[in-house]
Design a protein around this ligand. Sequence first.
Ligand SMILES: Cc1cc2nc3c(=O)[nH]c(=O)nc-3n(C[C@H](O)[C@H](O)[C@H](O)COP(=O)(O)OP(=O)(O)OC[C@H]3O[C@@H](n4cnc5c(N)ncnc54)[C@H](O)[C@@H]3O)c2cc1C
Length: 432
Amino acid sequence: MAGVPISRRAVLRFLGLGVAALGARGFPAIAGGDGGHVVVVGGGFGGATAARYIRRFDPSIRVTLVEPRARFYTCPFSNLYLAGLRSFDKLGHGYDALRRIHGVDVVPAWVEDVDTVARHVRLRDGSRLAYDRLLLSPGVDMDWQALEGYDAAASEHAPHAWKAGSQSHRLRRQLEAMDDGGVFILSAPANPYRCPPGPYERVSLIAHFLKRHKPRSKILLLDAKDGFSKQPLFMEGWQALYGGMIEWVGLSADGRVLRVDARRREVETEFGARHRAAVLNVVPPQKAGLIAHRAGVTDRSGWVPVKPETFESRQVDNVYVVGDATVAAPMPKSAFCANSQARMAAAAIVASLQNRAPPEPVWANTCYSLLAPEYGISVAGVYRLIDGEIAEVPNSGGISPLEAGSDFRAREARYAQRWYASICDDTWGPRG
Ligand SMILES: Cc1cc2nc3c(=O)[nH]c(=O)nc-3n(C[C@H](O)[C@H](O)[C@H](O)COP(=O)(O)OP(=O)(O)OC[C@H]3O[C@@H](n4cnc5c(N)ncnc54)[C@H](O)[C@@H]3O)c2cc1C
């Protein structure tokens, strides 16, 4: 593997110029530190975790993380922001610790394309980064073809807020401007999609906001499925906390939205019912982030099939994919799973660069949902390979009990806060 004179690389790093700068300035694209070169695309939960753990498992491997944003704003806890219970700033995390403490080259750029034969990625400015192994964690994109009338332009009027950023601000502003007595409608998609309990946590916390500030308002949750994560716990909590404010309409009761008129804030369901909202929040069907399609690792489902023992693509060698973009059921598309998959994929990548067999994988998930600031519920599970497939280990986790009492719910809400602090520290923080 070609090396770069250490002095030149050190100078570039000192100047804040990543390896991308080499290609951009006409040097040949390079691969390899002493232990090889891994390029990671996406600095969210999966990508940032993988970058740090590869460096931690083998510091002789050079890791370049490509992420266009200087700060990452998390979807976890963004529902608290919508409800006015957390500042947006407190959802943000930067890359300084990855850079300074963990020795990751962080390149602020967008990856346009991947050449999986020549093994390099092409950045938007045309420069190239060569890799020995590539890890993609691009998250999801909205599928703008899936729902009639709902595309990027429509989402300006009826936000999805399913990525934390300008969409979240738009939805928050609409909620603040909504008249007391208005109807908030959320349209939830069929599986699979990012964060299975997310829509239900969202209506809970919006109900908390409306109950305090616009108590005559209603929430209508139109759903393209007949059941959802932690359903009995959500239903119990909604009744206890918000009386009849939240109405859930499942698939069989005509809950599936087929058409959206975003300007009029109106939706039409499968059997022709029309509903008009004061604030309309459409969570559309989703697919793997664009770069996964460009890299040729997605299949007809729009998601990425992976070899479960390593999370290497089933379709393209030396390309690993973790997080929401993958087909990893029964693991949900959660930040916890993205982090857990990233650690295992990091270990598999290091093993493959060292010509060793990968370790036997084990993954975990805990998903907390807040129904109010002092009311939390959770579901947890441990996953292993059973007969070559990802499977939940029987009796490894479970779900919060029904009728548990307010102390129990308040304790789970505190655990949720600690979980958030700890996973963000493990992903972007200084913890070594
Ligand atoms: C409302 C809501 C609440 C949630 N709450 C929870 C929760 O409580 N607990 C939980 O575990 N999960 C939760 N989630 C799910 C969680 O947000 C995702 O599962 C997690 O973010 C997935 O991580 P990822 O790495 O796959 O994608 P992301 O974290 O989205 O990271 C993807 C990154 O890739 C970058 N990227 C994409 N394409 C490119 C490219 N071409 N070039 C360079 N960079 C690129 C993006 O800029 C982004 O930074 C929630 C989600 C939502 C919507």
